[in-house]
Structure formats: C-alpha cells, structure tokens
Design a protein around this ligand. Structure first.
Ligand SMILES: NC(=O)c1ccc[n+]([C@@H]2O[C@H](COP(=O)([O-])OP(=O)(O)OC[C@H]3O[C@@H](n4cnc5c(N)ncnc54)[C@H](OP(=O)(O)O)[C@@H]3O)[C@@H](O)[C@H]2O)c1
Length: 258
C-alpha cells in the first residue's frame, strides 16, 4: 500500500486522521516535533491496524523543513499517494504584540511549509493511479479575525491556495481538498493561547477530533474541494458571508480581544 504522509500527527486532528487512514489500510508517515508522541502513535497504529507506520520529528518552521521531509521519503523509498497538511496553530492577541519571529514561524508552519510540501511531492503524486492532497483550513478563513488576525489570514491563504490548485489539477489523477473545522477539542486552544472568552464561546460548539478527522477523510476521498465541518460551522460561515464585514469584525473582536 502507498503511504499517507500527515503533518501534525502527534496530537489532535492529525493523529486522528492518521488513524482514519490506517483503518482504510494505508501505511502512514507521521510528522511533528514531539518525537515521543510520534513513536507512541506509530506503535499503537501498527498494533491496531497492521499497517506500517514511520515517523520523522521536525519543526516545520525550520529552514528547508519540507525538503528534509521529502529527502527522508526519497532515501527510504516511501511512495506517498496522500499528503495531509494538517499541522498548524494560532497566535491569539493583537498582531503588534507578537515578535516578528513568532509571527513568521507561524506563517511557515501554516502556509510556507505546506506549499513547499505540495510543490515537492506533486511529481511523486502524479505517478500514482489516484492521489490526494488534504489541507486543513479553518472557519477562521472566511472573515477577517481581529484579535487573531494573522492566523485567520493564514487560513484564508490555505483555503484559496487549495481551491486554485484543485482547479489546476482537475483533469489529473490528483484531488486537492481543504477541510475547514470550527472549534475542535484538541491542544489548539493552549498552543494558540486563546483567551477565556474565546475558549468559552468555542466550547459550546466544540467537536471531537475523531469526528473532524472522519469528515475530513471522507471529504478528501469523495474529491470535495472545500468542506466546512459540521452544521453549526456551516451556518456561521453563511452568516459571515451575509453580514456586513464591519459587523462580523466587531463581533469577532469582542470574542478574541483579551
Ligand atoms: N482545534 C481547533 O479548534 C481547530 C479549528 C480550526 C482549525 N484547526 C486546525 O487544525 C489543525 C490541527 O490542529 P489541532 O486542532 O489538532 O491542534 P493540536 O492538537 O495542537 O495539533 C497540532 C499539531 O501540529 C503540530 N505542530 C504544531 N507546530 C508545529 C511545528 N512548528 N512543527 C511541526 N509540527 C507542529 C503539533 O505537533 P508538535 O507540537 O508535536 O510539533 C500537533 O501534532 C491546525 O492546522 C489548526 O489550525 C483547529
């Protein structure tokens, strides 16, 4: 079986996507920084699903991270037919209160490295009978996010990049999808240092990582370009389209302002 490569597979949605794909008999390549967790996840997946599971611990904000992952696959002859760009996080609070380095590291993880991975793996994916790219976006992609501005913008980028790439590759063997979850019960809130108000709002609608992963993988295999996960999130996205931008921005600012 060809491999599915999943970034951010140590915890949360990425870990569950790896399990979903292993359950469908895919061998998996797990990428993230936490080596111990990756090792644990590999062992558990191999035992539970009788597939191969390998890991590569790397910081995706590192220079040439994508190239290092690609080289690792090449040198081990791991033939990838599914690329899942899931790793990501936010930096809550006002843009000006974060350092340039912190902001750019987040952009590398959320945008630059996923783009480089797509670029590097496309020739390999083209050789497979059927191949998939799954990029994890967010409902934050659908409007400006004052108080979480750069994160929202990074997810708008990934959504539009995905749509463009999907159209460019329409007549090929590669299907490209962007799945946009809303609040999901993972380590995201702590990593993104979300304020209590935002956490409390999200908790009411929060979905499990398992459910989000299942919907993501189903959407990817059915060739959907864009999937907003869950009815409540679809209603939220519709409202943000319907409302004047200034109204939705004031509403978001009230939630994310510390
Ligand atoms: N949870 C939500 O409410 C929510 C909502 C919408 C969209 N999303 C999106 O869903 C995706 C998955 O997030 P999650 O909710 O599952 O959060 P999570 O539990 O924090 O998982 C994030 C994953 O990304 C990895 N990661 C983060 N920074 C990294 C770095 N510099 N280098 C390598 N790997 C890194 C983490 O692993 P290590 O820490 O081990 O490196 C972890 O495996 C993200 O793209 C996020 O933006 C989440």
């Amino acid at each position: 079986m060809p491999f599915a490569l999943i970034t951010g597979a140590s915890t949360g949605i990425g870990k569950c996507i790896a399990e979903e794909l292993a359950a469908r008999d895919y061998d998996v390549l797990l990428i993230a920084r936490s080596e111990c967790l990756l090792k644990e996840n590999c062992l558990s997946i191999q035992k539970k699903y009788s597939v191969s599971a390998r890991y590569f611990a790397i910081d995706l904000a590192e220079e040439n991270a994508a190239q290092k992952i690609y080289n690792w696959c090449q040198s081990n002859n791991y033939q990838v037919s599914i690329l899942v760009n899931n790793a990501g996080y936010g930096l809550s609070g006002f843009f000006e209160n974060r350092t340039c380095e912190a902001n750019f590291d987040m952009l590398k993880v959320n945008m630059t490295t996923p783009v480089q991975l797509c670029q590097l793996f496309l020739p390999m994916l083209k050789l497979k009978p059927r191949a998939y790219i799954l990029n994890i976006g967010s409902t934050a992609a659908y409007q400006a996010m004052p108080g979480f501005a750069l994160y929202g913008a990074s997810k708008s980028f990934i959504l539009n990049f995905t749509r463009g790439l999907h159209a460019e590759l329409k007549d090929t063997n590669i299907s490209v999808s962007c799945v946009c979850p809303g609040a999901t019960n993972t380590h995201f809130n702590e990593r993104s240092e979300l304020c209590q108000k935002a956490i409390a709002k999200g908790e009411k609608l929060s979905m499990s990582a398992e459910k989000v992963a299942q919907i993501s993988v189903e959407g990817m295999f059915s060739g959907k370009t864009e999937v907003v996960v869950g009815l409540a999130n679809r209603v939220g996205v519709f409202l943000s389209w319907l409302l004047p931008k200034s109204v939705s921005e004031r509403f978001i600012m009230n939630i994310y302002k510390e």
